[in-house]
Structures are given as C-alpha cells and as structure tokens.
Design a protein around this ligand. Sequence first.
Ligand code: DON
Length: 591
Amino acid sequence: MLKRLLAGTAALLVAVTVPVWGIASQAAGTSPTHDLDYDGTAPITRAELAAVRPVTARHAMVVTAQHLATEVGLNILKQGGNAVDAAVAIGYALAVVQPCCGNIGGGGFMMIHLAGGKNVFLDFREKAPLKATPTLYQDSKGNVVPGLSTKTFLSVGVPGTVMGLNAALRRYGTMPLTRVMAPAIELARDGYVLEKGDVTILDARAQDFAKHPHAAAIFLSHGQPYAAGQRLRQPQLAATLERIAHGGTAVFYRGSIARAIVAASRAHGGILSMRDFADYSVAWGAPVTCGYHGYTVVSDPPPSSGGTTICEILQILAPYPLAKWGFGSVEALHYTIEAERRAFADRNSDLGDPAFVHDPVAQLISPQHATALRAGIRADAATPSSQIKGHLSPTEGRHTTHYSVVDAHGNAVAVTYTINFWFGSGYIAGGTGFFLNNEMNDFTSKPGVPNAAGLVQGTANQIEPGKRPLSSMAPTIVLRGKRVFMLLGTPGSATIISTVLEGFLDVADFGMNVQQAVDAPRFHEQWYPDEVFVEPGLLAPAVQQRLEAMGYRFEQQRLWGADEAILVDPKTHLLEGANDRRRPAGLAAGY
Ligand code: DON
C-alpha cells in the first residue's frame, strides 16, 4: 500500500519537476459559467496536492458531499445492508442535509456493479410535462426568454428521484423502505447542526429564499441566513418523507405530494398535471462500456451524454502517450482538449432521450470514429471549433451531487442526482418542504442558443412532452478485469464529463492516488464557446504561453464540482475514499 502511495507521489513529483505545473496562487477566476458552483474553497497548491492521501478501509467505503449522509450510509452497511440499501438511505439523507443538491424534487442516474459481475444502469431522470412544447421558452418572435427555463414553474420537470430510489431498493436492496428512510426522517425532524461548508451553500441563494415564502420559512432563520453552529430543522420535509416511507412511491406520484406540486404549479403559471405524475416511469438498462489501457469504463447511456462522451474521448486518446507526456503538459492538454472538442460536438448534436431519438452511441464510441477524428487533430495547432462539424438542427445544422458506495460483498453503487441549479428552481410546493428542480433548462430552448451551462445543442434534445432532457451526469464505475477499480462522479453540468474523464486519467495515466486525482485542477472544452475553461492552478505560465501560441484561448474559472470517489487497490484490495476538498462538508469514511 505504502509503495503504491509513494509511487503515486513519485509520479506526481516527476510531473512537477518538469515545468508543466501551475502555481495555485494565480489570479482568481474571472467569469464563471457556474456562478453558484463554488463554496469558498481555495485552489489547491501543488505542495498540498503532492501530500494528499485518501481515507482507507478494509471492508466498505462511503463518500458523499455531506458528512452526515456519509455516516447514514456507513451505518446501514455496518448494520448488514448492502451498497444499494446504503445508496438509497444516502439519497434520502442528502435530500435533508444537502438541500441544494440532494433531493426528492429532481432526478438522476444510478450505476450499480453487482458482486456477481453484472453492471446495471437506472435512469430516474425527470421528464418534461405533457403540455411542454419545443418552443416553450421562446417568445412570439422566436427569441428565448431569459429565466423562463430556470426561475419559473415552467422550468420544473416531473421528478424521478423517489421512484428511482424506491425501484433500486426493491430490485437490489435487502432492507425495507422504512428502515433506510429512518435516518433521513430523523435528520429532518430533529435537525442537524450546520457547519461552515453547509452554510456557505445556503448563503449562496439566501436572497432567492427571501423571494419564496415556503423556502424562506425553512432556510432562513428569522429572515436572516443561517450561521454555522445553528440547528436546521425541517419538520415539513420530515412529514413528507414519513408519508413516502409508509405509503411508498404511490404517495409521491398519485397521492398528496403530487397534488401539492400540481396545485403550486397551477398557482404559479406552470403546466404540471396529475397525469404527468401518474405517467412517470424510471428505466433500467445496460451501461455504455469501453476499454482504455486495460481498464473497462462502465458509464451512463442516454439520456445521459456522460458515458458516450467519456468513452468517445478515451477512444480518441488511447494511442497517445499521455503518461509519458505527464499531467499538465502541453501535449497532454492539447490532445485531450482536441478530443473533448470533437466528442462534445457529437454530444451536443446527436444525443437525446432514447425514447424519442436514435442515439448513435455505438458509432460514436467506435475505434473507426476515433481514428477519423484523430486524423483531423494537428500536432502544432488548436482546431477552431467552427471547423468541427456538428448539426444543431435538421435544416442547418446548477445543482447536483454525487456519491459512491462499495460494500463488503463487492457491490458498488455510484449515484449522481440533481435539481439542476443549487436549490433548483427555488420553488417549494406548499408544505412539502423540498425544492423542485429546474431541469427543463437542460433541453435545447432553441437550436444554437446556449443554455445555462453554455451548451449549444440541437434538435435531438429539443423539448417534447414526456421526454427526458439530455444530461451530462456521469456516475461511473471503472473495472480492472472483473473487479471494481474506481467509482467517480461529480456535479458541474457539462464539466462533469471532463471531471470524470480527467479524474480517471489522473490515476490511470498520471500515477496519482485517488485523493490527488479528485483534488487536482481540471480543464474543459465543450466545442462552443471556442475556449478552454480551466480551474486555477492547472496551467504553468510556460505551458499556457505555448498553448496560446498554438491558438488556444483559456478562461480561468472558479473551482468546479465535487468528485466523490473510491478506488480499490488492485493488489491489497484496500478501499481508498476521497472526498473532494471543493466540498469541505463532505466525508469519506469506511470500516
Ligand atoms: O443533468 C445535467 O447535466 C445537469 N442538470 C447537472 C447540473 C449540475 O451539475 C449543476 N452543477 N453545476
């Protein structure tokens, strides 16, 4: 074990002795795309990064972005529950202790690796209301109306989390719903003491809470933002969770909770109906898989773009000697950025809900496609995005949370779920006590017009009744042979794909340990805008200069989402958990 850690550090130190590493004290970020995607964590210095180590455990490991939710999951495992029991308990607990992101008012994806070797994907993404149309967010002149798809009741998709968690428990769990929901109900009813990391997140939208009486009553303390050390009690959410624990999925989709949401939607100009809830369904399916340097990446199929895009990028990168070039080197950055640019052009043009469009996944992740795309990458220059052909229409062309669980039997579960922005649409329906998503913004409001994540997308992802919006969420499990090697995933909209990809490459090619891979600065290129987003500390000045001379434009942003990852040491089988330092409220813990 020690050898492995030292090997990881040695590789990193080699990387830092050649001038490929940035200094983390570079100027602070300028114009972030995710203005709420930041909780005040300082960028990591290279000395700090060289020193970080994961948490280790022998039997089981849980990593989430909120320490109380980690403890809930760990307790379930210690009480004999399996990874799915723990994942469901965590899903409900995060809805209480991480209200920005953990949710029952949104949706997500669960990736399960069963100890017997089977990999299963569960899609509980929100669906568009039946009254939704492709031009829902456009005015009579065809212009996209700002805010309509993010801040109004029209932004709310039919939530999938409750049906998703309950379906996972029923199929692969071992414990009753009442048992796995009990810790969440207790946390909501009795409250929990807020830490600095919790309060920074609440603060980010305190002004918006003030505009929504149902939110203000819960998430402001006598009209003021909560301070660290105060106890947050959520009795209404406790009652809602109680109803679900005893009444099951039906309460949410056909009973009092659906009625409350529909009533609030009507009162605020929304279009949700009881039929939307009654018709909602989750979908089980097979993951997207691909090989890379002896690993098998198991990730998410449409309506996630995550697995397809990650696999497409990896197929393009496979022949390049990234490990030799080193983390943060001109060459590694150049080829990875070019691979991302091309894969995002395909993603943004071609992918959508498989119930509505044909997704050419097999073609996009094929070696032939990778070879063709590689041929267009110049060794000495960036390719302008305008030269990469996408097709945004037939005629021409934030917030989330991730957690990872491995149990003592060898089952592994990676979940990313979201209400899109931090605290979603900002709406809480009546006395339900939980935030509703604004996931509808992930659709194409109009082909060629960027959404809140800056993604310029096409008609494959246009709004249609009952359709799921294309997502970038990518809870991912990496296998080595038949055994679990890594679990990864993060919030961050389109940057999710780059974060998961680069977290894996940091370990697989650059010799980092899992904590270093999670904490290391990242970069992201999504086709349009034609610039590379970077976190502070990534680019050494000399590297930046050379890349700019090749035609790259960089935009340094604030820190992105929290990758909550687990690695299983292939030799010792020791579990290594890494809570992302970008979410100080989070915790990796095992036994
Ligand atoms: O599904 C998606 O891709 C987005 N709705 C995820 C949102 C997100 O990660 C927000 N974080 N910045």
